[in-house]
Write a protein that binds this ligand. Structure first.
Ligand code: IPM
Ligand code: MG
Length: 370
């Protein structure tokens, strides 16, 4: 029995999660797997009525589960950043999900490139540090001082900022931070994955030509780790990489990136593969509780219209199965998704006219057939 905490979240989150659960339940009918799903309301509605974001009671509750299955977080009625940081990023950091795995295979014929190139890229985005540590400040006049606190499973850090400027103005700053230990364990995971899939080269993204402290250490760690593991590797600046992913995505197979660049590159790459409607992600803690979600957000304007593509969430369910040690069943989900697309059953983002629930029904029906 796999205990799964389900957080439908905001906007179209509940709709896509419904379809994801439909597919997992169809698997449980005929295959040797059982789920115990429990829903958690950790979302904008609760925040608006109680002021609560991710609470310590939520965290204690979630700790009893094997995995978390998440729809989407974000709501127009709440200032940008409040729910994203207070719920989504808080979940990733609290459960120390330091790897964000975003597979990006080309979904023929939906790829957006004019040229017919085949590719299958796995992006690994570091998921707890970099410019996502969430600390910074603003000050007016000439001086500012502030203590910045960063809490992670690996460390608690406080940084004292004392700034004084020669010119009166308003200033704002945001801290990016990497720790060697986190970078090392992230590199270890990506190298192991690369070997597991029989590959021998990792493309490593940064902007070490400008942010040379933070990405200088990033490069040191990667160089040491890849040499020790006898793994081929090369560095690419993020600007060049964003061009290359459009120009020659077939040159890449395994990509490792710092958190912020990974956020940007995975949206770009999702579009190249066929669109955000097909892009899943796994927030992985190899020794703890991992969380699976679509890469897309809560798309509030589509809420309740039964129009949104549920496949990203269904494919996130596939990643969850892989992570629970049931790659055999994960493969069945992929096959069922492929068969559904091949039958022409897809939503409007892919040029089809199926409703959200019809796509979920079709994938579930394929699973019953397999
Ligand atoms: C993503 C999202 C999040 C991120 C936001 C909603 C905080 O864009 O999962 O890619 O930046 O990581
Ligand atoms: Mg993003």
């Amino acid at each position: 029995m796999h205990k799964i905490a389900v957080i439908p979240g905001d906007g179209i989150g509940p709709e896509v999660i419904n379809e994801g659960l439909k597919v997992l339940n169809a698997l449980a009918e005929n295959h040797s797997i059982q789920f115990d799903f429990q829903e958690f309301q950790i979302d904008a509605e609760r925040y608006l009525s109680t002021g609560k974001l991710l609470t310590s009671e939520d965290v204690e509750g979630l700790r009893r589960f094997d995995s978390i299955y998440l729809g989407a977080t974000g709501d127009d009625r709440v200032k940008p950043g409040v729910l994203e940081k207070g719920i989504l990023l808080a979940l990733r950091f609290t459960f120390d999900q330091y790897i964000n795995h975003r597979p990006a295979p080309l979904w023929k014929p939906f790829g957006r490139l004019k040229r017919d190139v085949d590719f299958n890229i796995d992006v690994f985005r570091e998921n707890t540090e970099d410019f996502y540590v969430g600390v910074g400040g603003r000050f007016k006049d000439k001086v500012g001082s502030k203590t910045l606190d960063i809490d992670r499973q690996l460390y608690h850090m406080s940084i004292d900022v004392k700034a004084s400027s020669s010119v009166e103005d308003e200033y704002a700053y945001q801290v990016g931070l990497l720790s060697r230990k986190n970078t090392e364990r992230f590199a270890d995971f990506v190298i192991d994955y690369t070997k597991m899939v029989g590959e021998n080269y990792i493309t490593i993204i940064d902007k070490a030509n400008v942010c040379s402290d933070i990405y200088g250490m990033w490069r040191d760690v990667w160089t040491e780790k890849c040499r020790q593991a006898d793994m081929g590797f090369g560095f690419m600046f993020v600007d060049a990489m964003s061009m290359a992913l459009v120009k020659n995505p077939d040159k890449f197979r395994i990509v490792a990136t710092p958190n912020m660049f990974g956020d940007i590159l995975t949206d770009l790459l999702a579009e190249v593969t066929g669109g955000l409607g097909l892009a899943p992600g796994g927030n992985i803690n190899p020794h703890g509780i991992s969380m699976f979600e679509p890469v897309h957000g809560s798309a509030p304007k589509y809420k309740g219209l039964d129009q949104i593509n549920p496949l990203a969430t269904i494919l996130a369910g596939k990643m969850m199965l892989d992570n629970l040690g049931r790659r055999d069943l994960g493969d069945i989900v992929t096959k069922a998704v492929r068969a559904t697309l091949d039958k022409g059953i897809y939503t409007q983002d892919l040029g089809g006219n199926a409703k959200t629930h019809e796509v979920g029904d079709a994938v579930a029906a394929e699973i019953r057939r397999i």
